[in-house]
Design a binder for this molecule. Sequence first.
Ligand code: P1T
Length: 377
Amino acid sequence: MGFSTIAIHAGNEPDPATGAVSVPIYQTSTYAQDALGKHKGYEYARTQNPTRSALEKNIAALENAKFGFAFASGMAAIDTTLKLVKSGDHVILGDNTYGGTFRLFNRILVDYGIEFDLADTSDVANLESAFKPNTKMVFVETPTNPIMTLTDLKAVSDLAHSRGAKVVCDNTFMSPYFQRPIDLGVDIVVHSTTKYLNGHSDSVGGFVALNDEKDAEWIGFVQNGIGAILSPMDSFLVLRGTKTLAVRMDAHDRNGRVVANFLAEHPRVEKVYYPGLTSHPQHELAKRQQTGFGGMVSFETGSLDNARKVLEGVKLCTLGESLGGVESLISHPASMTHASVPEEKRDALGITDGLVRISVGIEDVEDIIADLDQALR
Ligand code: P1T
């Protein structure tokens, strides 16, 4: 079956009680049991909820994974995934990730005995030298937030597996519509469903998708044991969102390409980071590994002052954190999403004070360009 058919139908069976075509919001904390030890498969809503189960089937199917788990946020999904490693284990973390992911490792997990090193995973040789005897996991984003650097998922998976390590890919920027990491050898996919999967900037959530039965059992155990579950209402919203994922992603991709090309030719823009540009150093890998380039574009304005003029000068685009919604959002990574990354690390990556990130929405692209143009001028 095609992607959109799966997106619309997987997990979306008509409600067994009423025939409702749209999966109801089962807003309940518990379920009546027929007799002691006799129930309909639902005991308590932290453990199971039909709306959440429908979403879990849906996104797992989109990622071509056997198992899926929905969480209260992307960070909760990532933290739960990190429960697959234990005190004394070593994790290689891509050197550019969402600031919150870096903060989770650098400020929280280290105090629980999880060792980690940063590596530029865009270079497989470089990654190789980061392995230690106790390396159990490689965690990457591709493309990265916000510098849009790619990691060759197949090459990294082959290398990690030969060293006995699992590979986790944060697929938030591409969504399963443009990139399916599990098909490329990755073990576990994580998402912030807050972004493209939900797509309407009205829900915070996260997801873990994987094939390994034993790991899935543990993720499910931790999901219930710690309890950072996605609510029924949010599960409903994301389930509604994924039905239009394909049409939205095609629109984000169309607009993203136009905006990236416009910025690349703009005299006030020094550099554009977008894998769809032929000038992007990994454009060929992007064409091979992804089926589109998406709507995330970052660009260098040269200074904090210039960045501020753009960020405060836009009228249609909204200044704010987050991405992946239908509306264009513009942000300043250095002071917003990546403020918890030390300045020298940010500078080394290119997350300068002059860097601006835009999540290109699906408005009419001429309007987005006119807005950026007036703000840049
Ligand atoms: O915000 P939350 O749903 O917890 O997701 C965290 C997260 C995980 N992974 C990636 C790639 C992300 O971009 C994020 C959140 N990012 C933003 C809020 C942002 O504006 O970049």
